[in-house]
Structure formats: structure tokens, C-alpha cells
Design a protein around this ligand. Sequence first.
Ligand code: EPZ
Length: 430
Amino acid sequence: MEQYIMKGGNPLAGEITISGAKNAALGILAASIMTDEDVVIENLPDVRDINVLLEAIQEIGASVNRINRHTVKINASNIHEVSVDDDYIRKIRASYYFIGALLGKYKSAQVPLPGGCNIGSRPIDLHIKGFRALGAKVDIERGAVLAHAIDLVGSHIYLDKVSVGATINIMMAASLADGQTTIENVAKEPHVVDVANFLNSMGANIKGAGTDIIRIKGVRRLHGTEYSIIPDQIEAGTFMCAAAATRGDITVKNVIPKHLESISAKLLEIGCEVVELDDAVRVVGKPRQHHTNINTLPYPGFPTDMQPQMAVTLALTEGTSIVTESIFENRFKYVDELARMGGCIKVEGNVAIISGVNGFTGAQVNAPDLRAGAALVIAGLAAEGYTVVDEIGYIQRGYEHFERKLRSLGAVIEKVDSDKEAQKFKLKIG
Ligand code: EPZ
């Protein structure tokens, strides 16, 4: 099983170019099958979830031409299957986007219920509510969602909870429905806006993405397009926290600073220097950083996907910080792992009480999910001594060449897949 092994203690410093946004790319790739014309997508992140989704798109009959690791040309004119059934696809959350895309284009879809990181129950009731409101019959049978409609007709949909997935999925199906659809209480994340912009570049008529209400005028068909994915807000935030936690100096490049405002604000609160440039943000950690409080909220609030990385950073500040996880019910699984490194965090329900410590010591820890895994790597790079992070497959789902990018910032880290290789690393580093 592949692991990361690292020797902590080096402040990370330098510049890093951020990859395309995974959670935008997943929706955009699914939406790309909604036309029979060529679609070229650039700035794709080269991560496992994207590669799995491309395999599934190919499997249902679309042609997928990987021009390079970050660019793909898709043509869905030969799709012969509206049933997506692939073992691995069950493991990723984004499989549900096939429902909205196939239902919109073919008025029929059969897709395995989504998997994804175990950070909570992760229902899709709001997705189903939206599809039914558009006139689809939706059933769950044998672990799959079966959706079918004679016609999709525009409707007025209110989302009981702010949901990124439901917003994107319903937006896709409604793009090819007859008439006007209004979706209220929608998610406003940058990746939601990116998927809306992508659909509009294909001829959809979507207004209001990024606000609380999205209005869609259905069109008869969508045409081909060329599109470049926005930079990944969460990858950028992860490296910003790495700068703070290791007391380093990192400039994240190819970002949209506005998307990072809540993260920058919190790093400023704990005493970091944060400098916003046109398409970059520089974070300089300080020897003495102090506590603050975090409450994860839908965008533009503090992102839940940044909660573990920020908690690790707060665990190395002076004083007591309170982190409230308002989006998912099981997103503190890294706390027990961090305790093995000297972290002092007490979880009460959806609140973590973090007592800052002077430093971590290296240990063997397990990545419980994607973002917690990245947070434990940050902890290992800030710790004194060696740390091994297991289960790094989670991390590779969402971070492109994570260890390579960290090494370019001075991190002493390698990906190994045996104890022997880990020993060799230790002998090499000393
Ligand atoms: C997306 O998940 C992201 N995944 C998650 O990122 C991210 O944490 C999440 O949005 C919130 O920003 C992808 O985009 C592939 P939600 P999603 O629907 O769509 C509840 C990562 O690290 N809910 O916005 O599944 C749900 O239980 C991943 O990259 C319902 O109750 O999230 C949660 O409490 C982890 N019913 C809340 O809404 C539904 O039908 C927000 O979930 C749907 C969601």
C-alpha cells in the first residue's frame, strides 16, 4: 500500500502553481456528454477521480481523446448506454452527475449510488427532489438510481439544504428541459459557477449562478465548446495552510484570490502575513501564531473542505481554538491520528476544541479521507522527526503530484510502497 514518508521541520518556501479545480472538473466532464459535438476541456487536474470519470465516460460509449494530462477532447455522439456501472465509479461521489447529464440529454439514466469520502451520510434526496420536480420518475433499485422521463418540464425548486451536488445536477437536467426552471437556496461555490459557465458556453441559458437563485431557460440542444477549468480553491488553501503550519513562505500561483478570501482572512487572524496579487496569494507564517475560531459554511463562508487543514494549523498556535463543522457530521476523523503526533483536540459533537501545542512529533498515521489526509501530511511536515501517512490513495484522488509539489517547496517527502523503501528513505536522509 503506498505511503508518504516525510521528515518534518523544514519551513516550506517558494512558489507553487495550482491545478484545475477537481470539483468543477467532475461536473464539467459529466456535462460534456450532453452534446453530440466535440468538447475540449483544458486545465484538468491529473488526479484519480478525474481519471476514473473519464474511464466511465469512455465506457458508456463516448470517445475520450486525452490530448495531454491536462487536456481532453470528448465526443458523446456515440453513447450507447445510459446505464453507468463501473466498480470504481461507485467509490467516487461524482458518479451522481451522470444522472443529471444523461437524464437531460436522453431522458433516462441508471447510475450506481455515489460513494466518496466517508465524512457523513451523504444522501442525494435533494438531487432526486429536483429531478422529480422536472417530471422524471426516479427510483432506487439494487444500489442504483433509475431515472426516466417522457419529457422534462421546467419547474420551481427549493433546496431544503444548500447542496453543491444537487445544484449542479439539477442545473444540468434543467438546461435541456422545456421552459423555465428556478432553483432557490442554491450553492454558490466557485465550482458551481464554473459548471454554469461551461453549460452556457455550450448554449445553455443559465442566469444567477453564484447567487441564491439560479434561473434556467431550457434549450433544445447543446453544442460543442472549448473550456478551461478554474483553479482549485481547496488545493490553494491547502498550500496556504502548509505555509502557516511550517512557518514558511509560500506563494500560490494561478489562483483567483477572491475565491480564497475566507481562508486568507483566517490566516491573517492567526497572525500570518497574507499578500494578495492579481492571480497569486503569498502566505508567510510567523513564529508566534495565535488561536481563532472557525465555522464551516457554504461559500462564501469558510469551506468545509479546508476544515482539517486549518485545524492542524490551529493545533500549532497559542491558545484554544474552536472549530465548528456545520456541513458534514463525521469530518473530525483525523483528530485521533493527530493525537499520535501530540495534537491536543477534543471533539464534542460537531465542535472540535483545539488546545494549541508548541510542536508535533512524527508518527505513523492513517489518512481517513481526502482532506484529512492532506492535513496529516501538513502536520508531518511541521513535526519534528519522521512521519508516515498511510492510505494515501484518498489524497491522490484530489491532489495532483502532491509530494512532488511539496518537494519543490523544500519538503523532505517521498511516496513509498514498502517498509524497505521507507527504511531506505530514512538512511538516505539520516
Ligand atoms: C461536494 O460534495 C464536494 N464534492 C465536497 O468535496 C464538498 O465537501 C461538498 O460539496 C461541500 O462543499 C464534490 O464536488 C465531488 P453537498 P457534495 O451536496 O455535493 C447534505 C472534497 O473534499 N445533502 O454540498 O456531496 C449533505 O449530507 C469533497 O473534494 C443532503 O442532505 O456536498 C451535506 O450535509 C468532500 N441531501 C450537505 O448537504 C442531498 O441530496 C452539503 O452536501 C445532498 C446533500
